[in-house]
Write a protein that binds this ligand. Sequence first.
Ligand SMILES: [Zn+2]
Length: 483
Amino acid sequence: MSRKPFSKSRLAQGLATIAAVLLGLGGFFGLEHIMTEDHADAQEIEAGLNERNQLVSGHRAPKAAALRPIEDDVPVVSITFDDGNTSNARAGHILQKHGLTGTFYIISAFLETPNYLSRAELDQLVSDGNEIGGHTLHHRPLPTVDAAEARRQVCNDRDNLLAWGYEVTSFAYPEAESNQAIEKIVEDCGYNSARGLGGVRTKDGCENCVDSESFEPENPYRTKAPAMVTNQWSVDYLKKVVRKGVEDGGWTQLTFHDFCTDKEECNLISWTYDDFEDVVRWLAEEEKAGKLQVRNVNEVMTGKIQDSRPSTPPAQLAEGAELVHNGDFESTTQREREPFRCWEVVNFGNNTVTSNAGKVGVNGSNGMEFTVADYRSGDAKLLTKQDAGECAPEVAPGKRYRLAADYTADDITQFSVFLRGNHGQWVYWTSSTKFAPTDEFSRAEWITPEIPDGYDAISFGLAITGEGKLRVDNYSMQIPPEE
Ligand SMILES: [Zn+2]
């Protein structure tokens, strides 16, 4: 998901009031797997929650195919896929039809959620000779999170994949973002190699770079690759990139993301299945002619499958303590979707949302304001960042928690509540009672039901589900005193 934000508005430095127009398109920020199911029956939700946890833990992956040798004097092409979008299953089928294989970098906490592959589809990819690689738990750009969180994102994701039986040795950086400290974390988590994007010359940049990576990369934890394939690349342009790599005699890693049927409907990071098949057919012919060899990444970056490595569990806060981080929003960031540290804008459905992060809170302090127009469906909210523990408060099964926030609203509002499951996946859990419209800041307070078994962290926020304005400030979460 190296997707660029749809709107180019930027959070201004300092605390100036900023209006970021966010179209209700959901899918542009990697949060499309988050859904709110209003009015769902509690038992039904609980049954769904249990099912979600079992779907991914039930069975072992098929055995991976033996690694094929590389011929030293034949240039190599690797076909790689980031994110594990559902469309990758059909891309895998196209590869199989033409006798080729590739490397699929998976965001393990997104598996089995809308728009992402299922375990069964991953198993099929493995049976067809493809490689499964890691791409973190939640696809956060790793330099934007603290070191312990980065380690959880990388190690816990690899642990998930290993536990399910995938032989995971290759990694790709979310948004291709890394630095030396992050590369060390990836190595410590037991990976044999990691792919960035860039370091190889294309029309999208890196003018003074090489035309191919070496078979023995100088830095195995930041292997060089052409920029990702986008809908701005024609079939001919892609062939040109491959030919340059072949002439250079080295290794070319192609990176695809999503696929679509109709060019008109493809977004920036999607390619049509037809164009993809053209390229795959051509690569198969070139391989038959002895001009290149198509290999999975682990066939180039060979090495043993290393054991799972421990990560640092998130800090457990004392009972009676404030459990949310930065609930008053006084710590800010420069990121558009995360205006305040540990809080993230999430909106989906058919509506137009204007969000305003700045001095709109209680007594002119930092707050968040959403204005929704053209409402047909969906909602908008600022949620506790759904991560592996730097921001999301840990919870214990069987316990209840008191959620609170100051708000003003043109219409009723309620808390939307999400839980983190046994492989790091975030799922919608429930919504609170409703809170009345108010012009003056009022306190919304609600005690959750008992946390169900198998869930260990929470994320919540007041949601606006119609036209109008919602302001929020001073989020809080505590264990109620009577418990
Ligand atoms: Zn990605």
